[in-house]
Write a protein that binds this ligand. Sequence first.
Ligand SMILES: [Zn+2]
Length: 167
Amino acid sequence: MAKKKQAKKSSGFWLADWANNQGSPKMATFMVTGVFSVVFIIHFSMNAEGSFGWITAFLTAGLGYITYKLWSGVLKYHCPKCKKIYVGNIYSQSHLGSKQRAKQYRVRDFQTLKYKDQKTGLNKKQNYTIERDETGVEQTDVYHNKVKCVICNYKWEYNSTSRSRVR
Ligand SMILES: [Zn+2]
């Protein structure tokens, strides 16, 4: 039972596991970016004809998401030592502090207008939205994270921030 912990060499994210198993996650990312570019070009050249291709639209969106995730892994979320992506396991996190500031938020109100149609005499409904600016309070929390790579056990540290509206 004690040996179970060592067997786990997965990031817990299927895409990262796939890229990490390609040897170099960066090369895998370039490969996927290439495929994405081709599908993207096919999609837009097909739609120039006037018809909308659902298959290529679906592939473009799916591959777009995958490409985005891989690049953020390669550029930001990777182990500094073995370069594998999404392998940092936070084993300790401390709250360094928080700041609050006033911030303008754009909010949307959904409203329904009920009226009687003059021509048919029927009751009708119309939905509409109002956009307006509102002053709220944004809180920024800073955390210090201690991370350990699930693949090579390398340890590193970084700060992260999270922002949320509190009022
Ligand atoms: Zn590592």
